[in-house]
Write a protein that binds this ligand. Structure first.
Ligand SMILES: [Zn+2]
Length: 387
């Protein structure tokens, strides 16, 4: 058995320990210490970032009360020091204790049960058996959470021989020797994680978004320092947006909508002018005396390019169109003669690098190298001429 110091006192960040067993497993050294401060993970809470001496613990495994620690290097002594990244652990304690409070309040306020829980690197989430969870519910939940936080309620941890006398939020499957985490008189959970000693240390719970998942709702939240960092980050974004829009934060949504409307209007206008420009271009080309039209566009829309190519080839001209950006897209079209482009494609792709396909009178695809354009042009001039 490994003595679980993280259970006795989750605020301890380092311990001396004795190695009971050590063996090589693959590339790693598997070490069994007599005691540890490293929470091995489970119940929604991730494994701690831990160290044996200066070596990072790559993973842990718990088997029948034994907690194995894996490291990459060999440790050539029996007495070791095991430590954790306490900033990260404390963050997990804040998120985890927040979850207990949140889960209990969601039952008391709306009768929503917590189905699962997970602490992520960015935010934590709980899935509840709700169909909807609107903005008013979010506000109410957050305020009620804060009320409980401000009451500075002690969080007690003890073992219960018989669980039947304890009013668990979610009755555990095991009935004997249960580890009870109690937000005094408020919430009773059977839990093996690490928690704060008082609700005041949660400091704040903010629900940052909701998602519909299966037929339930997933609430994403941040607590403690995470809530502060989240607020700092978002406030910075708001201040930057205020500068861009020249509006106070209450008017930012209006500002963004105005901009979106203007953009839509401009987009329509541009489309209109673009269409006119393309029509003029087509007319000019059709009127020209050239039989083979070669044009390179900087960044023509593929749809527009195809439209032009169709119009011009149907007027009886052969074409090679290339749009440089972003795709190096090309169209070869036959409007005159009987050159079979499908047959010619083998010769084309042995001369220039690229890929494509089409019909006897139409070939389109992508060039690998824009330097090949001239080669392609020369090849086509010859082929169309011969026909
Ligand atoms: Zn817990």
């Amino acid at each position: 058995m490994t003595e679980k110091i993280f259970h006795q006192n989750p605020y301890v960040n380092e311990t001396k320990a004795k190695i009971i067993k050590k063996e090589k497993e693959g590339d790693l050294w598997k070490i069994l210490p007599d005691k540890t401060v490293v929470y091995p993970g489970g119940g929604g809470q991730p494994q701690d970032r831990g160290f044996i001496e200066n070596f990072e613990i790559v993973k842990t495994k718990e088997e029948n009360g034994k907690i194995f620690h894996y490291i990459k290097e060999d440790i050539k002594k029996d007495e070791i020091s095991i430590s954790i990244d306490f900033k990260k652990r404390y963050d997990y304690m804040q998120q985890h204790t927040a979850q207990h409070l949140l889960s209990e309040l969601l039952i008391r306020l709306f009768n929503y049960e917590t189905l699962s829980f997970s602490i992520g690197e960015e935010h934590s989430s709980i899935e509840i058996n709700a169909k909807h969870f609107d903005f008013d519910k979010i506000k109410k939940t957050e305020e009620f959470c804060l009320n409980q936080i401000l009451k500075s309620i002690p969080v007690k941890v003890y073992y219960a021989k018989d669980s039947s006398s304890i009013p668990f939020r979610k009755p555990p499957k095991i009935k004997e020797n249960i580890r009870v985490v109690e937000i005094e008189g408020f919430d009773y959970s059977a839990c093996g994680g690490t928690h704060l000693k008082n609700t005041s240390e949660i400091s704040l719970i903010k629900i940052i978004k909701t998602d519909k998942i299966r037929s339930n709702i997933r609430l994403y939240y941040v607590a403690g320092y995470r809530a502060l960092y989240d607020y700092q980050k978002k406030n910075k974004t708001i201040l930057e947006l205020q500068k861009i829009f020249g509006k106070p934060h209450e008017k930012l949504t209006d500002g963004a909508n105005e901009l979106k409307d203007k953009y839509e209007k401009l987009r329509k206008e541009i489309k209109h002018y673009k269409k006119r420009e393309i029509e003029n271009e087509i007319e000019k080309i059709i009127k020209s005396s050239e039989d083979f039209i070669f044009k390179v566009f900087e960044d023509e829309d593929i749809k527009d390019l195809k439209f032009m190519a169709k119009k011009i080839t149907s007027s009886g001209k052969n074409i090679l169109f290339v749009s440089k950006n972003p795709t190096k897209f090309f169209i070869i079209g036959r409007g005159k003669g009987d050159t079979n482009l499908k047959e010619l494609s083998e010769k084309i792709f042995s001369t220039v690098k690229g890929r494509g396909g089409g019909r006897e009178d139409w070939l389109e695809g992508k060039l690998e190298n824009l330097d090949d354009i001239e080669k392609l042009k020369a090849l086509l001039e010859k082929s169309f001429d011969r026909a």
